[in-house]
Write a protein that binds this ligand. Structure first.
Ligand code: ADP
Ligand code: MG
Ligand code: ZN
Length: 479
């Protein structure tokens, strides 16, 4: 049997850092990138005798996430201690939620190759993040940075409903976009604020039982997740095809070698000795509280999509693309509002901008220039100040060193040539240098016109006004 005879089964545990101003059980700020151990206090450093106090915003954000993913919001819930030892965890337990999570039983809808599919959400619970070990920077040993200790997280556990790396990619992107829209997490994968544990198993097509799963921890790039799933499913199929058995174990994905390595197996599976945290009171939510959050949720991607199609006249494909990421959608709305050419803004985003981001292996929220910059670029082209091919060069400049497009074209001398005499001069030169093509044109080969215009563009380094060029050629060639 071959790999095509197997089905891949995937379930995800996604961790998203919440963008509350302060940590989950103390008043320390959560800002990313500060000097090590400058955002800490006795509580998040786990000094004896300190007591945690739950940050109400964390509950609110988790409830928002739950409602937006179609979950039931539990009226009664609590915090539990998950005990384990690791140097980045100063209390030697993590405060999490075990048997009474805040949200249960939801789903989100994904679209892969034109088909819609619901992916079940088992639960969403709140917990605290651990600190961070800095391994190599200091030569010998590791140093602990507790700035991240106590940063609030939600963990979103999916049902094992995904069947391919494409579905996983779509699920992760959809979930990320939902969390961004409701503004509970900035989901910056590169900063580790959106990461996933990926559980993979395979089974023969038609089997009803799931196979044994392996789990790859803490993955924080879409590309590595897709690669890791492809690798892991092939590895598991090979084990089975060779008469072996897949071991349940925790794996580490190595992006450089493109392989998974064993971290720990089932034998040393941890017993976390969960128990309710005696320092925290139980969480009880009123219907009114939940209703109030539901009423005040911001506009979701689906509704933005409808607006783009019905009010702005975009195609469904374009609307899907734009709303796939809040960064794209926000930039689209802001730039479109300024330059009034929504279609052009959309085209820039879904062709050149998306391509450049892809080449750089970056995400839409890493676009370095502003919506104002993009709007100005569109306007410069619409007003005939620059051609669209110069526009592409301006875009490259915007990525390399963001500044006003007007300033860029002035610095570079890229203003379009729309002076009639200047255009005529180029046209005559090109006609003179391409006698044979001119004869072809006169003999009825209309296509040659495009070639001649191209030559004139080359001559002017893309700066000639293409419409004027065309007209001038037709006029001169008649003579
Ligand atoms: P744990 O906390 O031990 O990792 P859970 O039972 O909560 O365990 O499962 C975690 C994740 O593993 C869930 O997202 C679930 O969908 C997924 N999962 C469970 N069984 C399988 C399987 N056989 N194949 C793939 N994924 C699975
Ligand atoms: Mg797990
Ligand atoms: Zn603190």
């Amino acid at each position: 049997m071959s790999i095509e005879d197997y089905e891949t089964v995937i379930g995800l545990e996604v961790h998203a850092e919440l963008s509350t101003k302060t940590k989950i059980f103390c008043k320390c700020p959560t800002k990313f990138g500060a000097e090590p151990n400058t955002q800490v206090c006795p509580i998040c450093m786990a000094m004896p005798g300190t007591l945690p106090v739950l940050n109400e915003k964390v509950v609110e954000y988790a409830v928002k996430a739950g409602i937006s993913t179609n979950c039931e919001i539990e009226r009664d819930s609590k915090n539990d201690r998950k005990n384990y030892f690791y140097p980045d965890l100063p209390k030697a337990y993590q405060i999490s939620q075990y048997d009474k999570p805040l949200c249960k039983g939801g789903f989100i809808e994904i679209n892969v190759n034109g088909e819609n599919k619901k992916i079940g959400i088992t639960r969403i619970h709140i917990e605290e993040d651990a600190g961070k070990l800095n391994h190599n920077e200091f030569g010998q040993g590791s140093l602990v940075d507790l700035n991240r200790a106590g940063v609030p997280l939600i963990e979103i556990v999916s049902e094992p409903d995904m069947r391919s790396s494409e579905e996983v990619d779509a699920y992760l992107k959809k979930l990320k976009s939902i969390l961004e829209y409701i503004e509970v997490s900035d989901c910056k994968m590169q900063e580790g604020s959106y990461r996933a544990d990926v559980n993979v198993s395979v089974r023969k097509k038609g089997d009803t039982e799931f196979g044994t799963r392996t789990e790859m921890k803490n993955m924080n790039s879409f590309r590595s997740i897709v690669r890791a799933i492809e690798y892991e499913r092939a590895r598991q199929v090979e084990v089975i095809e060779n008469g072996g058995k897949v071991e349940q174990e925790t794996l580490r994905w190595d992006d450089v070698s493109g392989k998974t390595f064993s971290m720990r197996d089932k034998e040393d599976a941890q017993d976390y000795r969960y128990f309710p945290d005696p320092d925290l009171v139980a969480i009880r939510l009123s219907d009114e509280y939940i209703e109030n959050i539901r009423k005040n949720l911001p506009e979701m991607p689906e509704s933005r999509k409808d607006r783009y199609i019905n009010k702005l006249g975009l195609s469904e494909k374009d609307a899907n693309f734009l709303t796939s990421s809040k960064a794209y959608s926000d930039m689209f709305e802001k730039a479109g509002e300024i330059c009034k050419n929504y279609k052009a803004v959309c085209n820039w985003l879904n062709s050149d901008i998306a391509r450049i981001l892809n080449e750089k292996e970056q995400e839409p929220d890493q676009i370095p220039f502003s919506a104002e910059n993009l709007a100005e670029l569109v306007k410069l082209i619409d007003d005939g100040v620059i051609s669209s091919s110069i526009g592409k060069k301006v875009l490259d400049e915007l990525f390399a060193n963001p500044r006003s497009p007007k300033q860029i074209i002035e610095e570079k001398g890229w203003v379009q040539i729309s002076d009639e005499n200047a255009i005529k001069e180029v046209v005559l030169k090109v006609i003179k240098e391409n006698e044979e093509s001119v004869l072809d044109y006169k003999a009825g080969k209309d296509r040659v016109l495009g070639f001649l215009v191209g030559q004139a563009m080359k001559e002017t380094k893309g700066k000639a006004n293409p419409k004027m060029l065309n007209e001038m050629f037709i006029e001169e060639l008649k003579k």
